[in-house]
Write a protein that binds this ligand. Structure first.
Ligand SMILES: [Zn+2]
Length: 77
């Protein structure tokens, strides 16, 4: 029985779902980080994890959170 090969786009979609649609997007060919606005190497999960732990990414994420908090300071439901 032949092994079912997971297609590239399936893998990329899995990363988007796993890490969040706010963080990553994909067109089926590349994984794109919306926070840093860069293409992320996605050959291995390790490289994706490595990207989201980068200072640049983390501070971008924090900046995004701050913006959201400032915009809705009373929204604490
Ligand atoms: Zn990033």
């Amino acid at each position: 029985m032949p092994k079912v090969k997971t297609s590239k786009s399936n893998r990329l979609t899995k990363y988007v779902n796993e890490f969040g649609k706010e963080i990553f997007s994909t067109d089926g060919e590349i994984l794109f980080c919306k926070i840093c606005e860069v293409k992320v190497a996605s050959e291995k999960k390790f490289t994706v994890v490595q990207h989201i732990s980068r200072d640049e990414h983390v501070s971008g994420l924090r900046r995004r959170e701050l913006n959201r908090t400032n915009r809705y300071p009373q929204c604490n439901l």
